[in-house]
Ligand binder design. Structure first.
Ligand SMILES: *Cc1c(COP(=O)(O)O)cnc(C)c1O
Length: 364
């Protein structure tokens, strides 16, 4: 049975990418050794590292005045690294649109005068606040571009209007859609949702923001350390970067981010259309703010939700249980989820709806 993995992260990878890694696992390109065994200073790894950096730059269309850094510690490490590197005046505004932006704001509070400029907590994070105003004299505004748990995302309509530097967490939407890097001072993302296995975190930072870190900033968290060493200050997560490189090759082969964006919008459109016309399933998110990566849906009945998750798993649709903060189900349909996977899910939902509506009509 074909299994489709709807996990929010770590998440699925294309078969092409996994097969290529498998083929080269024992003997990488005639080197006689595996990428897992090779020195990060070897010529083989160096070629992988450089290709990964340059392919990522190409896919994201990163301008010359930005640095791309491969770091570790996950997106969560950036919750501290960002304020430690960017606070000069000591003030920053955060928009809290979910779990991760809330954590980012809490971490930053240790380092300066941090304020929540807006939050969507009042409606359980089912929307993105519009027309937010910010304080004067701040170092940056922080947003989470795609809210993995709640299934919302920023669009042009809600994007912060400010002269301050915009910092954004793109962990669950990086490379899923064309992004104009110039609108940001800094973008960060953990790799394990849209790029590859866990272990790699990518930072894109405007060069003039580098080198102004807090004197107490740990050496490993300093963007200057990483930029000066071409992200090879210490041993990087070589195998994760190798897998990311294969994913970048795959995306370039498809035609780049423009093409994967069309596929992603098509997939999300199919699923939302079905949900909106369903008499059993609903999506709790404000329509204009819906994520094209993470689609939460509920039946309104906890027992039915649990039954759905159990039966879906038996049908090969795995890891579809929603986050405990939302309940119900969540389909994460990142770059690697094929259109057939989304169609299989919809077919299963149709069948489930028919079978279970029947029972519901007999209820008093
Ligand atoms: C998963 C996720 C994180 C946390 O990532 P880690 O790499 O586990 O630290 C942060 N932000 C967003 C938007 C996420 O989806």
């Amino acid at each position: 049975m074909k299994v489709y993995n709807f996990s929010a992260g770590p998440s699925m990878l294309p078969d092409e990418v996994k097969l290529s890694a498998q083929k080269n696992f024992i003997n990488y390109e005639g080197s006689g050794i595996s990428v897992t065994e090779m020195s990060h200073r070897s010529k083989w790894y160096d070629a992988i590292h450089m290709e990964a950096l340059s392919s990522f730059r190409e896919l994201m269309n990163v301008p010359e005045n930005y640095e791309v850094l491969f770091v570790q510690g996950g997106a969560s490490q950036q919750f501290d690294a960002v304020p430690l590197n960017l606070l000069q005046k000591g003030r920053a505004d955060y928009i809290v649109t979910g779990n991760f932006s809330g954590k980012a704001e809490k971490s930053a509070r240790k380092y300066g005068d941090i304020q929540i400029a807006a939050s969507s907590k009042d409606k359980n994070f089912t929307y993105i606040p519009e027309g937010v105003t910010f304080r004067d004299d701040i170092d940056y505004v922080h947003i989470c571009q795609n809210n993995t748990i709640f299934g919302t995302r920023y669009t042009d309509r809600t994007f912060p209007v400010t002269d301050a530097t915009v910092v954004a967490d793109l962990s669950s939407c990086i490379l899923s859609k064309v992004v104009d890097v110039n609108k940001y001072g800094l973008i960060y993302a953990g790799a394990q949702k849209n790029i590859g296995p866990a272990g790699l975190t990518i930072v894109i930072i405007r060069k003039n923001l580098i080198g102004k870190e807090n004197p107490l900033c740990p050496t490993m968290l300093s963007y200057k350390t990483q930029a000066d060493a071409n992200s090879l200050y210490n041993t990087p997560p070589c195998f994760s970067i190798y897998m990311a490189m294969l994913m970048f090759r795959y995306l370039k082969g498809l035609g780049g981010v423009k093409v994967i964006q069309q596929i992603n919008e098509y997939k999300a459109g199919l699923l939302y259309d079905f949900i909106d016309n369903s008499s059993l399933f609903t999506n709790p998110v404000n329509t204009l703010d819906r994520s094209i990566m993470n689609v939460p849906f509920v039946t309104g009945d906890d027992e039915l939700n649990a039954k759905f998750v159990k039966e879906a798993e038996k049908a090969g649709l795995v890891s579809i249980k929603g986050h405990k903060l939302v309940g119900g189900m969540r389909a994460s349909i990142y770059n690697a989820m094929p259109i057939e996977g989304v169609k299989a899910l919809i077919e299963f939902m149709k069948k489930f709806e028919l079978e279970n509506k029947k029972c519901l009509t007999f209820l008093p």
